[in-house]
Design a protein around this ligand. Structure first.
Ligand code: AMP
Ligand code: TRP
Length: 329
């Protein structure tokens, strides 16, 4: 049976970019394939952070994932640092990873140019970040990785690492993991300028109230050709239309398309309909989050159980890896 692995950083609240690009897909996939989902706190510490806040955000991420439909009884949900084998396999993979491939990663180039421009130097962890990601996936010998488009390059590197290790130590041992992308693989921020991302402040949080969401949607960027309400627009270039595609029923999407092209609706009319459909999807998630907040032990127990099951799988892989590498007697 195909095995699925994916991870999410506990770096702030879950937003609709994460949700539509990855997490919504995880919720569907957990019923179809053996799935392992991980809150990757060891990846999060490659950026500046506060320990107390990281602890809190890790718990909050677990709660939100469960509220969004991740069922800890169906899949394995756990926190990365609870399974020490991730870092052990990462070290091993460092020895088969070409440095040039790490230096070529777009995310490394972006993050290191930001870190390097200030007082702080660039930590080696930022460079080795994708090696830990490869270890995450391959520790469970997962072949499918549901992620957003920004992770495609990291997955290519995971395949290089699997191939190099296999060539050196045991043909065919690690599968070459493939990305599972959705039609909503790249959600743009409400500024319409860049992908939705916590660090850019252009997000809609999954747990934001209907009023907060409206306060963000109302001024959000649309097709620049629609200066006046009577100017016809092109929905293909409008971020609000792409969100309709994600949240609204097919008939509404067709209707919105026609109303935009004919200037039948103004952008505010269009946003009001989107708001209604978005809230309809998010309200049940928010209700479950409120229930879970009242029972924090449920989330803690889910993570403890998940870590235990993950460890069992991880131990098997590490025993075999050590054996093939001559690290056992
Ligand atoms: P991160 O918050 O960076 O750990 O991302 C968690 C998951 O959400 C990864 O699979 C990302 O590819 C995905 N993701 C993050 N931002 C977006 C976005 N704007 N559009 C689509 N997917 C995204
Ligand atoms: N790098 C991923 C991100 O920022 C998070 C991640 C870590 C991940 N390990 C993973 C995703 C393994 C998929 C599989 O989104």
């Amino acid at each position: 049976m195909a095995r699925v692995f994916s991870g999410i950083q506990p770096s702030g609240e879950l937003h609709i970019g994460n949700y539509l690009g990855a997490v919504k897909n995880w919720v569907a996939i957990q019923h179809q394939m053996q799935s392992v989902f991980c809150i990757v706190n060891l990846h999060a510490i490659t950026q500046a952070y506060e320990p107390a806040q990281l602890r809190e955000r890790t718990q909050a991420m677990a709660l939100t994932l469960i509220a969004a439909g991740i069922d800890p009884a169906t899949c394995i949900l756990f926190v990365q640092s609870d399974v020490a084998e991730h870092t052990e396999l990462q070290w091993i993979f460092n020895t088969v990873t070409p440095l040039g491939e790490l230096e070529r990663q777009t995310q490394f180039k972006e993050k290191s140019s930001r870190a390097g421009s200030g007082e702080v130097s660039i930590p080696a962890g930022l460079l080795n970040y994708p090696v830990l990601q490869a270890a995450d996936i391959l520790l469970y010998r997962a072949d499918n990785v549901p992620v957003g488009e920004d992770q495609v390059q990291h997955l290519e590197l995971s395949r290089v690492i699997a191939r190099n290790w296999n060539a050196r130590f045991k043909a065919g041992y690690f599968p070459e993991p493939q990305a599972l992308l959705t039609p909503t693989r790249r959600i743009m921020g409400l500024d319409g300028q860049a992908k939705m991302s916590k660090s850019l402040g252009n997000t809609v949080g999954l747990l934001e109230s209907p009023d907060e969401i409206w306060a963000k949607l109302r001024p959000a960027v649309t097709d620049p050709a629609r200066v006046k309400k009577t100017d016809p627009g092109n929905p293909e270039v409008c971020n609000i239309f792409s969100l309709h595609r994600a949240f609204s029923p097919a008939e509404t999407v067709t209707h919105v398309d026609a109303q935009c092209r004919s200037a039948g609706w103004g952008c505010v009319d269009c946003k009001k309909v989107l708001h209604g459909n978005m809230v309809a999807e998010l309200v049940p998630i928010q209700a479950r989050a409120a229930e879970l907040r009242a029972e924090p032990k449920r989330v803690a127990a889910a993570l403890a159980g998940g870590a235990e099951r993950a460890r069992e799988l991880a131990k098997v892989t590490m025993r075999e890896v050590r054996d093939h590498m001559g690290l056992t007697a």
